[in-house]
Design a protein around this ligand. Structure first.
Ligand SMILES: NC(=O)c1ccc[n+]([C@@H]2O[C@H](COP(=O)([O-])OP(=O)(O)OC[C@H]3O[C@@H](n4cnc5c(N)ncnc54)[C@H](OP(=O)(O)O)[C@@H]3O)[C@@H](O)[C@H]2O)c1
Length: 305
């Protein structure tokens, strides 16, 4: 199949492009400044900006995977907003895909996506899901918890937030996450592209067209095998040598309100707000891909190397 991955040069995109290339597909990674050096030789790159509809030509593609990101971990800079990138970008990708006769769109959303949600990221993701659901395309939506792995920002970011010895964490670090390994995510995304399930005894053949209708119209909440608090993640990333002390949410909010306008401090009010809600699945939907939690890599195993 011909598959185009918007944001294909990013963290999840690179792993997905490699997985699709391994499975024999004709893969193109689209980004504003695409660099082919981190991608397998068989993957093509294309320049495009999802916020500029005129830069998107999806003709000839069977499937598009929309992985463009504006990270929720940092305050957006340079005039970019979650609304313009995640919502406006999705509108343009959907429009270009419909114009080009693309048959399937895989949309990367996030846990808790909700047009009325508590942060700009979550609201934009919720509105973008509605655009995808209202399209004429066959769609599949993924809502992952935090994703870890080589090239990801979750582990380095948590380490940065956690000074050695004593670490004050908002709310004592009680927010819960369900970290999932990037290669496990890439495998499930590739299954959604093909309409297969890797864990099945006889997955469908990944031929020239979308294999079957499996996964179409589904919204999958996916997470890893362990639910960990932020404090547990912080300790893991510091090898256990740290004492967590609670920084009351109210203090964190006042602090972030003060630092919000300062461009070189990345942590703002929305980031603190996002820590007031758990980032865990209601029902982990990984079973749709023929795998169970025991098949997935844990964060602890990954960090052990
Ligand atoms: N990582 C996680 O823990 C996590 C968790 C839940 C959901 N997600 C979602 O998963 C998706 C992928 O995340 P990621 O962590 O792989 O992101 P990432 O590493 O930041 O990659 C972002 C990609 O998007 C491209 N991009 C950014 N703005 C663009 C634009 N306007 N037009 C075209 N390309 C653009 C970037 O390349 P250029 O800069 O060259 O354009 C890059 O290839 C996102 O939708 C994210 O919200 C991620």
């Amino acid at each position: 199949m011909k598959v185009l991955v918007t944001g294909g040069t990013g963290f999840i995109g690179r792993h997905l492009c490699a997985e699709l290339d391994d499975r024999g597909h004709d893969v193109t990674a689209l980004a504003r400044s695409p660099d082919a050096s981190d991608l397998p030789a068989g993957v093509s790159v294309e320049q495009g900006d999802v916020t500029d509809r005129g830069s998107l030509d999806l003709s000839g593609q069977d499937v598009v995977v929309n992985l463009v990101a504006l990270s929720p971990l940092f305050e957006p800079k340079g005039g970019k907003t979650h609304e313009s990138v995640h919502l406006g970008g999705t509108r343009n990708v959907v429009d270009a895909a419909e114009d080009a006769g693309v048959s399937r769109l895989i949309q990367m959303s996030a846990l808790g996506a909700d047009p009325d949600g508590p942060t700009a990221y979550i609201r934009a993701k919720g509105k973008a899901e509605a655009v995808v659901r209202d399209s004429t395309l066959d769609w599949v939506i993924f809502r992952p918890s935090v994703v870890f792995g080589d090239g990801g920002e979750f582990v380095p970011f948590t380490r940065k937030l956690t000074p050695p010895v004593i670490a004050p964490l908002p709310g004592g670090g009680r927010t819960r996450f369900q970290p999932i390994w990037v290669e496990d995510v890439a495998s499930m995304l590739a299954d959604a592209v093909e309409g297969t399930s890797t864990g099945d005894p006889n997955p469908s053949d990944s031929g020239d067209a979308v294999a079957d209708e499996r996964h179409v119209g589904e919204i999958y909440e996916i997470g890893g095998p362990d639910v960990l608090t932020m404090a547990e993640v912080a300790k893991l990333t510091r090898g256990g040598n740290v004492t967590i002390v609670p920084l009351p949410m109210a203090f964190a909010k006042i602090g972030s309100a003060v630092i919000d306008p300062i461009p070189f401090v990345p942590f703002g009010a929305d980031q603190v707000r996002s820590l007031e809600f758990d980032n865990t699945t209601r029902d982990n939907d990984i079973g749709a891909f023929g795998v169970s939690e025991g098949d997935l890599l844990t964060l602890r195993e990954y960090l052990r190397g």
